[in-house]
Design a binder for this molecule. Structure first.
Ligand code: HAM
Length: 559
């Protein structure tokens, strides 16, 4: 044995607790689930939306609610790096020029200037000139020309008659951090004036998304999707992040497949039909995937007005029994009594079950809405169980709320998916009124359930869990045949076959062993085979080994 020089062992690096890798033996099932979702959602008229994985922290604080577990203790939040502050720069410029410049209010607006890329128009007393100031690099050459052309307009219509002076388009950029991307932006007649100072700020707090509804509604508002007047049916598939204590079915990075139906009231977004359609779609999805024992739990948490009355009743009922509850529930009883209903604390269950029920506080409109949801579900034969304690852990819900649970595979984390209506969320985020309803499926939990079912089936039937094999494994007999093997693989792959290529340095026995685990056939490629184009092919399922011309190979592999 040769002596190895010892290098000091470095600690191995591992995926962060609560995150995991999905390896190629797992991803086919994930892809199957996602492909099934995409195909099914398309049949219901949904289109895909992809929103950023991080958003401003404020979005979640306002959307999901400061008092929820998610926002108060589970978010991955950090201060964003430097951001250029136009405001700081404008302020610095103004104070540097204050003694020479006459400001008309905030700025002088001239007709036709919109879109010309001008941030400030100032009148310089000393030179009797108008100055057009552009603080960022957005002024293009066209914008400059347009600017100069617009002065004619200004001359005729400007009431304070600034038009006497000549025009000096002027660019001001922050010192050392110039954002001018092309020199053409600096002409004609442009002057660069450098202002020293720090015009960057680090104020923005951002958060890895713990859920996607808030982001989707933010995008709905930002892109004015409501102005189309159409109902928006949007779905998403992607990772979410919550700093929870990891356990089976609960991760810090997990995947959700979700969908939202949102729109102005005139688009029918408030209709109970939408609630029932979502629930029926979910039932169809789980059935199509072969999830056997799902259970739909359903409730209405009422309108925001109903909730005010119910919250008051809950608070009152909780006061005399508060001291008997666990510490968390005592706190919730004061801050957000609805959250007490979510509690899983064993010892508190009897007391919680005896609290007033939301169903008794629904106003006539909420009640009629919920009754219509139930009637539509009955018509579609979607079974459900009413659960008066289902209030869900996010603050935006109104009226219909639901969860689908399963008994196989998940243990205590048995909620496969959850969702509900959020008629006030858009307004909470500063948008127009836009009632909506949606859901998110925990994809990790869905996969665990499917795997547990498949294992249970294999145990009862004795059949192994099916695995997918490649069509062929090409085994060159020596390294000399490696190029020919790759060329044959290319030919077969182009024809649509799945193929792996061995390496001619492998012993024949090893090639057979590898091929048998990976593929349905092995194709041997020695000197003779390459010379004659007569190939040796073995089919593992039957044990049959034959010689056949290369031209017949595709037909043989397909049979
Ligand atoms: P959620 O109930 O917080 O609702 O999450 C939905 C589903 O995501 C849960 O039922 C569960 O299957 C899965 N899930 C949640 N946390 C974890 C975790 N730490 N590890 C694994 N899976 C998890 C929402 O997120 C709402 N945005 C749903 C919605 C959409 N409501 C209206 N529209």
């Amino acid at each position: 044995m040769t002596e190895n020089k010892k290098t000091p062992a470095r600690p191995t690096l591992k995926a962060v607790r609560g995150t995991r890798d999905l390896l190629p033996d797992q991803t086919p099932l994930w892809n199957h689930v996602e492909a099934t979702a995409r195909a099914l959602f398309a049949r219901y008229g949904f289109g895909e939306i992809r929103t950023p994985i991080f958003e401003t922290t404020e979005l979640f604080a306002r959307g999901v609610g400061e008092e929820t577990d998610i926002v108060s203790k589970e978010m991955f939040t950090w201060e964003d790096g430097e951001r250029f502050s136009e405001k700081k720069l404008i302020e610095a410029w103004r104070s540097a020029n204050a003694d020479q410049v006459h400001f008309q209010g905030e700025e002088v607006k001239l007709p036709g200037m919109k879109g010309a890329g001008v941030d400030l128009i100032v009148y310089r007393k000393a030179t009797n000139t108008l100055e057009f100031v552009e603080f960022k690099s957005k002024a293009t050459l066209e914008a400059m020309h347009q600017l100069v052309a617009n002065i004619e307009l200004a001359r005729s219509s400007d009431p304070v008659n600034y038009g006497r002076g000549k025009v000096i388009p002027r660019l001001v950029v922050p010192a050392g951090r110039a954002r001018i991307s092309s020199s053409s932006q600096l002409t004609p007649g442009g002057v660069i004036e450098e202002i020293a100072g720090d015009f960057f700020e680090t104020t923005q707090s951002v958060t890895l998304r713990p859920e996607s509804t808030a982001g989707v509604v933010r995008a709905y508002i930002e892109h004015k999707l409501g102005e189309t007047g159409q109902l928006q049916k949007l779905y998403y598939i992607g990772p979410q992040f919550r700093r929870e204590r990891p356990q089976r079915g609960r991760y810090r990075q997990f995947w959700q497949i979700g969908a939202e139906v949102i729109g102005p009231q005139s688009s029918g977004s408030e209709s109970p039909l939408r609630d029932a359609e979502i629930l029926e779609m979910l039932a169809s999805f789980l059935d199509e995937l072969g999830i056997r024992d799902w259970r739909l739990e359903l409730n209405s948490v009422g309108s925001s007005e109903d909730r005010v009355r119910y919250n008051a009743a809950l608070r009152e009922a909780l006061q005399p029994i508060k001291h008997q509850l666990c510490e968390d529930n005592q706190r919730r009883a004061d801050t957000n009594p609805l959250r007490v209903l979510d509690s899983k604390d064993e010892a508190d269950q009897d007391l919680i079950n005896a609290l007033p029920k939301i169903a008794d506080y629904l106003g006539p409109e909420s009640k009629a809405h919920f009754d219509q949801v139930l009637a539509a579900l009955d018509a579609c034969n979607v079974p459900y169980h009413l659960n008066p304690r289902l209030v869900r852990g996010l603050d935006y819900y109104t009226r219909t709320t639901f969860e689908f649970t399963v008994t196989t595979g998940l243990g205590t984390q048995n909620a496969l998916l959850g969702g509900g209506r959020y008629d006030g969320l858009s307004e909470m985020l500063g948008g127009p009124k836009a009632p909506g309803i949606g859901f998110a499926i925990g994809e990790d939990r869905l996969i665990l359930t499917l795997q547990a079912q498949a294992e249970a089936d294999a145990a009862t039937s004795g059949a192994p869990i099916a695995s997918t094999r490649l069509d062929a494994y090409i085994a060159p007999l020596t390294p000399t045949q490696n190029p020919a093997a790759l060329a044959l693989a290319r030919e077969l792959r182009t024809a649509g076959f799945s193929v792996e290529v061995g390496d001619g340095t492998f012993k024949l026995r090893k090639s057979f062993d590898i091929a048998d685990t990976l593929a349905r056939h092995i194709i041997l490629l020695g000197e003779d085979e390459v010379a004659t184009n007569i190939l040796t092919v073995k089919t593992f399922a039957t044990g049959e080994q034959i010689k056949l011309p290369r031209t017949e190979l595709a037909k043989h592999l397909s049979s």
